[in-house]
Design a binder for this molecule. Sequence first.
Ligand SMILES: [Zn+2]
Length: 459
Amino acid sequence: MKAFMDKNFLLSTETAKHLYRDYAAPQQIIDFHCHLNPQEIWEDRRFENITQVWLGGDHYKWRLMRSAGVDERFITGDADDREKFQKWAETLGLAIGNPLYHWSHLELRSYFGYQGALNADTAEEVWQLCNEKLKTLSARKLIVNSGVKALCTTDDPADSLEWHKKIAEDQSFGVKVLPSFRPDKALGIEKADYPAYLKRLGEIASFSQLVEVLKERLAFFVSLGCRVSDHGMESVPYAPAEPAEAEAIFRKRLAGELPTALEEKQFKTALLLALGREYHRLGVVMQLHFGVIRDNSHRVFRALGPDAGIDSIGDAPSIRELAAFLGALDDTDELPKTILYSLNPNDNAALVTVMGAFQTGEAVGKVQHGSAWWFNDHRQGMIDQLTTLAADGYLAGFIGMLTDSRSFLSYARHEYFRRILCELLGSWVENGEYPNDENALRCIIEGICVKNAERYFDL
Ligand SMILES: [Zn+2]
């Protein structure tokens, strides 16, 4: 029997151990998609206890606790932090096979030096140890100690980016903290609060004016180092419209009338195409996140709002419209570098083949299949993503892992990914499917861990 999560965790062969130890583990981290709060980085936030760090905003953990039958009072309610931690320890202790089990224990090892297993019985010991250690840790220390070279937060076009400016001016902090342009609210024409949101962008009276304002905001983001944009949607819309139609739909909304389903799609298509062309012009990478159904429990949504652990994988067909959307940008050679993420793992193979249709010499892997996202962010999901990309695309050009997290401890997910990557590639070498070519393996592993992303985002 192997030891529980020791230094050879997830590494079963000598080749895998060598690839991980010598090539993957020493690499720094470029976390090109996360949801860290830049204000907390600027203020170098400290945490009083491990519950604040672990359960404060982590809806992955919330839904696992609900699945284990924990009362909401101990999850997001008014129970005290020690009580909440106890319930979390009880839940995690039996969460065999769940990635949270591995992530949490990797975090306990990396940041707190705890080598044991967290459960109901060890909760008190871990609580004491972590809280003592947290006195010496802060947001910035956690980022620096994790070997992060650059990270990209997720920001609204209306954001002033004041915290990014302050961080960039602070010579004492060497990590690049870059904003990412996420204009979901500007696209959300069907939402009740759309007119109120537009006011945050300025006085906007027409569709063409909206496009101009967003271009100005994007240029401002780029001036502060923005390298990447992001769009979240249930499925990728594609319903082309004449400019006059987009104008009419937008003016109708300004007059207080909601769009029909077709009009919503036409508006979103027109705005996404305009933004896509601008991303291409400015060299900004476009991320598309889709295949998700958000806020399924209206009851929980009313109490807690979005990102409360009540989202799911969606099955809205996306491939045909996605291909048409990319094709429309490619048609005039204005397709930006693009990263595709579907929450539905059934889309993997189709996505990788759609990508293959739009690759050019402009970049290695110009269109990327993003690393296994959210509900797929576990060992099997990562293996599926990596093997599909290898089989139908070019794995060596993959830009690798990201945390997509709100927590300063989540860099352990890069370690998790790197171990799985080295185990997979190591098994192919051990099995004689790929030569034991030191230079090539080193190039592939270092590329996927950090170097491909560095080049792709031009950092
Ligand atoms: Zn995200």
